[in-house]
Design a protein around this ligand. Structure first.
Ligand code: ZN
Length: 364
């Protein structure tokens, strides 16, 4: 059995164990939760919203469909029935399958960087937005015209690496109203929950967590360290006053690399300063700051970004640290994440109706 068949088999097991809202004894011919869950999955796996309709036609014509041969399903429920039955299913039921998929992918050598570590990019993404349709798990925001917008978002975590386009998704943490929480949920809180839930499970991979400027703060850095992770986080001067003040009077270490391509020289300048406080408190974590600046053949700056990390920065590793820090930018941007997540991306047509409870998240 190949890894895909094995993973679909494990998905089937998870689907079979999903909470079933039907009461009373099962009737003859009733769809199983496995068939219902796999039907929904197959739409995303095949990347075609009309996949099931086509398979039903195939089944009528040939008596056998790809749903049976590819996914081991015994019957294909209607779209409405699938939605009805999956609304309310906890999305976390599928979490363990993501790590299984990483294990099934074999050695992670294409993803190893910085002395055998892996990079896990944490990134918030919206996957539903509406002024009219909403549910109990929607986040809300006021728009400038006074109206309310309802949206769903999640904190995605993906294995990434500079130098290739492959991305491996891990379980997501949904940004949604939390029981008993006084304030609206946010990306940072979702990241902390993700680390508590999954950090220990991926610690063996020796992860370096990547995140944008929003995550370059003491609580997130501490949460990462608490699960034996390291970090490379974007750190903008405007939102990090303490660091900016330290940099102003300091003599920075510098490393330059010049490459010539088709007769044109590009210079990359790395600068760094070690052991500076992340914030202006007694208990501030000491971090290492570095920046990367790219200048084209005319000397014009074409790229600049700065980061903080808990890894030591040296002339030997600063270029690789910078490449790793920049690897995050491709997630959710240029690179399509090969998961059901991508099918529900904000801005693209939402392929499933909203549901009342968890339908958007379970599909998302
Ligand atoms: Zn909602």
């Amino acid at each position: 059995m190949g890894p895909i068949e094995q993973l679909i088999g494990e998905l089937k097991e998870v689907c079979a164990g999903l909470p079933d809202k039907r009461v009373g004894p099962r009737r003859e011919g009733e769809y199983s939760m496995a068939d219902i869950g796999l039907s929904a999955f197959s739409i995303f796996f095949m990347g075609s919203p009309s996949f099931l309709a086509h398979q039903r036609a195939l089944q009528r014509g040939h008596g056998r469909s790809n749903c049976q041969t590819l996914f081991g399903m015994s019957a294909i429920p209607s779209d409405n029935y699938i939605r009805l039955m999956l609304d309310g299913v906890p999305p976390s039921a599928f979490d363990r399958l993501f790590l299984r998929a990483v294990e099934a992918a074999g050695p992670l050598s294409p993803f190893r960087r910085l002395d055998g570590r892996v990079l896990i990019a944490l990134d918030g993404t919206e996957h539903f937005c509406s002024r009219k349709i909403h549910c109990q798990n929607c986040c809300t925001r006021r728009r400038s015209d006074g109206g309310t917008e309802y949206f769903h978002a999640f904190l995605g975590a993906s294995l990434v690496a500079p130098g290739h386009q492959r991305v491996m998704p891990l379980a997501a943490e949904f940004i949604a109203p939390q029981n008993g929480a006084p304030k609206q949920d946010c990306e940072r809180d979702a990241a902390k929950r993700w680390l508590v839930k999954h950090g220990a499970n991926v610690a063996d991979l020796r992860p370096i967590y990547l995140g944008d400027d929003l995550f370059a703060c003491q609580p997130i850095a501490e949460a990462i360290r608490a699960v034996s992770g390291n970090f490379i986080l974007t750190c903008k001067p405007a939102s990090h006053q303490t660091i900016t003040e330290y940099l102003a009077g300091a003599e920075l270490s510098e490393h330059r690399q010049t490459v010539s391509q088709r007769g044109k020289r590009t210079t990359t300048i790395y600068r760094w300063l070690s052991a500076i406080p992340l914030r202006a408190t007694e208990d501030a974590l000491a971090v290492n700051w570095f920046s990367v600046e790219i200048r084209n053949h005319t000397g014009k700056r074409t790229y600049y970004n700065s980061f903080v990390t808990d890894l030591p920065v040296t002339a030997e590793n600063v270029a690789e640290l910078a490449a790793c820090g920049r690897a995050r930018c491709r997630v959710g941007g240029d690179v399509a994440i090969p998961t059901p997540h991508s099918a529900g991306r904000a801005g693209s047509p939402h392929p499933v109706p909203h549901g009342r409870a968890s339908l958007t998240a379970a599909y998302g």
